[in-house]
Design a protein around this ligand. Structure first.
Ligand code: NDP
Ligand code: 8X3
Length: 256
């Protein structure tokens, strides 16, 4: 079993949802954390909480993954010790809107493509070479059921998650001659701020996505991420699709 104590884990999107729950789960196991997101105040609070509860050492990076030069500067500016990243959790992502393609907003498309695809690429491009140099590491990408299926009005969000699926497979092929492991964890309905962001702060509309079903919690997903991260080093969890019970597919959800 791979031990997490003292391992350095970089988490993008650590200020909320799956990223924050993962930070807590890794901290509980004694990992050191690099917490990245745009909302610095949340990261500071999280780091303080983890320090108090588990004595966790954290580095905080204010990072907009859409900005390639910002990503480059943040990673190259890490103190040498913190560049020994053992696990990269590429989690930052979002959906904006739920519209027919021919009525969609170009700005929404750009935000999703820039964050979910290009952001993941920028972070990976800067972190993976550090892993290659040490011939060790684990990249865990957060995909989605939306990377396996397309649902009505999900068009561009689904396209970005299909891209994450292709990029994950590409990474695994390109790193095949190294010890670096590549995993994708692909959840269905997880109740986080995801739908609030999708519906631009419309909390009622967001809440309705999860009514009548017990959705996954961010902690459920974090538990699966931890499982993938702690298998013996000769084992690669390549892909896990994680659904809430009573979610049959993107569109088939049995609600009470
Ligand atoms: P949340 O909205 O709760 O969290 C999203 C995180 O991404 C936040 O920490 C946010 O931080 C960060 N983020 C967004 N844009 C950027 C950016 N430009 N630069 C840096 N960080 C950014 O949603 P989830 O926790 O649910 O989402 C996490 C991942 O899980 C996403 O990739 C999402 O697509 C995926 N997913 C979610 C599912 C769900 O049902 N919730 C199901 C399947 C996959 P900040 O705003 O502070 O920058
Ligand atoms: C998030 C899951 O089904 O809302 O990736 O697109 S879904």
């Amino acid at each position: 079993m791979t031990k997490l104590k003292g391992k350095i884990v970089l988490i993008t999107g650590a200020s909320s949802g799956i990223g924050m729950a993962s930070a807590k789960a890794f901290a509980r196991k004694g990992a050191f954390l690099i917490l990245a997101a745009r909302r610095l105040n949340r990261l500071n609070l999280l780091a303080r909480e983890l320090k108090k509860k588990y004595g966790t050492q954290s580095k905080i990076i204010k990072l907009d993954v859409r900005r390639s030069s910002e990503v480059k500067k943040a990673i190259s500016g890490l103190p040498e010790k913190w560049k020994n990243i053992d696990i990269l959790l590429n989690n930052a992502g979002l959906s904006r809107g739920l519209d027919l393609l021919h009525e969609g907003r170009e700005l929404d498309w750009e935000e999703m493509i820039d964050t979910n695809i290009k952001g993941l690429l920028y972070v990976s491009r800067n972190v993976i070479p550090l892993m290659v140099k040490r011939n060790k590491g684990h990249v865990i990408n957060i995909g989605s059921i939306a990377g396996h299926e397309v649902y009505p009005k999900g068009n561009v969000y689904c396209a970005t998650k299909h891209a994450v699926d292709a990029i994950t497979k590409g990474m695994r092929l390109d790193l095949v001659d190294t010890n670096i492991r590549v995993t994708t964890i692909d959840p269905g309905l997880v109740e986080t701020e995801f739908s609030i962001v999708r519906f631009r702060g419309n909390v009622n509309k967001a809440k309705a996505v999860y009514t009548g079903i017990r959705p996954l919690t961010p902690e459920d997903v974090a538990g699966t991420i931890l499982f993938a991260a702690t298998t013996p080093e000769n084992v690669v969890v390549a892909e896990i699709i994680l659904l809430a019970n009573k979610q049959g597919s993107s569109m088939v959800v049995h609600r009470k």
